[in-house]
Ligand binder design. Structure first.
Ligand code: HEC
Length: 204
């Protein structure tokens, strides 16, 4: 799973770079260089695009869909035909739009990553630490990957009902994250304690 995410990031970056180079050549009117660059990189481009779509498809099947991700996908799928037509016809506006859409999708992916980590949860409704832990667990999107019983395993999430980690090790992972799990730096020490107590209940 980690390797797939890493491969996807590298392929997306290459894809983006490829289009930026082409767009700059198009924008500066270097038609011949654009044609020879396109020809020279054709095979690489096909490999990168296919790899990028295949790894993306795989990740998509193993992750919960969020609104941001849907928008990101829409950008990618709108960008592809625009890029094909734009570069083929040498249309700067269309090609530019496709590059902007790809960049937007890239930016959204970054926002998505950051947003996941930041969660403020109100647990004042109860005094029971385990109940508080449950509220945090459900609101901090833990449930999306680990499931209500800790066993869901989305995005390669570890089964929490059979974890062999100590309380402190668990807290460290929750706080700092462990790719692809985001870090939850905003959680208070009390919330962390409540969380690990609640998770401890999955073992039974
Ligand atoms: C995006 C999916 C995702 C989310 C959201 C997520 N996790 Fe995880 N979690 C994972 C993955 C993947 C691992 C395994 C990381 C590794 O060891 O490679 C993991 C590992 C853990 C572990 C360590 C388990 C072990 O035995 O190694 C704990 C504890 C944990 N998560 C708790 C939480 C809590 C609590 C939350 C919410 C605050 C949460 N996770 C949110 C994906 C997620």
């Amino acid at each position: 799973m980690h390797n797939i995410i890493l491969a996807h990031r590298i392929l997306v970056s290459l894809f983006l770079l490829q289009y930026l180079v082409k767009f700059i050549l198009l924008l500066t009117g270097k038609k011949e260089q654009l044609a020879s660059y396109t020809k020279a990189t054709r095979i690489v481009e096909i490999l990168v695009s296919v790899g990028f779509l295949v790894t993306g498809g795989y990740l998509l099947m193993n992750t919960e869909l969020t609104m941001l991700m849907i928008v990101k996908l829409a950008c990618v799928f709108a960008a592809i035909p625009l890029a094909v037509v734009g570069f083929k016809k040498g249309n700067k506006a269309l090609a530019g739009l496709s590059v902007v859409l790809i960049l937007a999708a890239y930016g959204l992916a970054e926002v998505n990553k950051k947003q996941q980590g930041a969660v403020k949860v109100d647990t004042s409704a109860t005094n029971d630490p385990i109940e508080k832990g449950k509220i945090v667990y459900q609101n901090a999107s833990c449930i999306g990957c680990h499931g209500a019983d800790g066993k869901l395993g989305m995005s390669g999430a570890k089964d929490l009902s059979i974890t062999t980690l100590t309380i402190d090790e668990q807290k460290a992972i929750i706080k700092n994250g462990k790719s692809p799990m985001p870090g939850y730096k905003d959680l208070t020490d009390e919330q962390l304690n409540d969380l690990v107590q609640y998770i401890g209940g999955f073992r039974k």
